[in-house]
Design a binder for this molecule. Structure first.
Ligand code: SAM
Length: 246
């Protein structure tokens, strides 16, 4: 998979060299290219922003550098990338969207600063490419670089051969399947006792059926406690009789 990121703070994307994403790059599983937007600004101050039409506080990112940057990146590859525009006014970034984007061969991220990018850029590329405006949550950050790090990590761990154990995202919170509407429950490892606290007996029983039931019950309890909205909007058929007894 190829990922391009256009930013005025290329150094903000340094964490893409670390850990899981860094290893995926080193193994050639991910081709990540970070570009400095100012390379496509032509005045002596490399200006990328200007005052908003209609007045008001803050600055808006100018369309010309973004247009030149995106044209040059799009022309540099084969096929058509999906353009991912981080913005608090976008559609929510969910595990479902991470799965969908992980199946695309090429993504171009456009993290902005100031009050965002001149609207015409989104319209221009939206007319000929798949452009997704995406929010990572109901809060406003100073720039889109942190949202890009969040999205790239969520997407990269779904790519075949990136996680050491391909099964490990199967039981995650929000993972598609029988537990799709439930958060993951608590997890434990050795030692069996720590500061006087043991672990649930069922996890030592070796009884796979009972362990699976316990995991589902704990996931259900945690979801009711932390995210009742997930249960409310799920299809009632997703829950069995034992769930409903909790
Ligand atoms: N005035 C904009 C608004 O209220 O929608 C906020 C602009 S914000 C200060 C600057 C940039 O940070 C955005 O254009 C976007 O790239 C990024 N950003 C901030 N919060 C975000 C969020 N929750 N999700 C995705 N991107 C975000």
């Amino acid at each position: 998979m190829r990922l391009d990121v256009v930013t005025i703070f290329p150094e903000y994307l340094e964490p893409l060299n670390v850990s899981l994403v860094g290893k995926a790059r080193a193994r050639g599983r991910l081709d990540v290219r970070v570009h400095d937007l100012r390379a496509w600004a032509h005045d002596k101050h490399n200006t990328v922003d200007d005052t908003p039409y209609g007045g008001g506080p803050g600055m808006v990112m100018k369309p010309e550098p973004w247009g030149e940057a995106l044209d040059s990146i799009i022309e540099s590859g084969e096929g058509r990338p999906v353009i991912v525009v981080p913005t608090p006014s976008g559609r929510p970034f969910t595990q479902e969207l991470a799965v969908e984007l992980s199946e695309k061969p090429w993504l171009v991220f456009t993290p902005a600063r100031y009050e965002g990018i001149d609207r015409r850029v989104i319209e221009e590329y939206g007319d000929r490419l798949d452009v997704r405006e995406v929010s990572i949550g109901d809060y406003v950050l100073a720039g889109g670089e942190a949202p890009v790090l969040v999205m790239v990590e969520a997407i990269a761990r779904l790519l075949p051969g990136v996680l050491g154990n391909a099964e490990s995202h199967r039981d995650d919170s929000f993972a598609p399947g029988a537990m799709a509407d439930l958060l993951e429950g608590p997890v434990y490892t050795k030692p069996p006792e720590w500061r006087g606290r043991g672990i649930p007996d069922v996890l030592l029983s070796g009884h796979h059926g009972k362990i699976a039931r316990w995991r589902r019950d704990e996931a259900f309890r945690r979801t009711v406690r932390n995210r009742p909205d997930l249960i409310e909007r799920a299809d009632p058929a997703a829950f069995d009789k034992k769930d409903r007894e909790i």
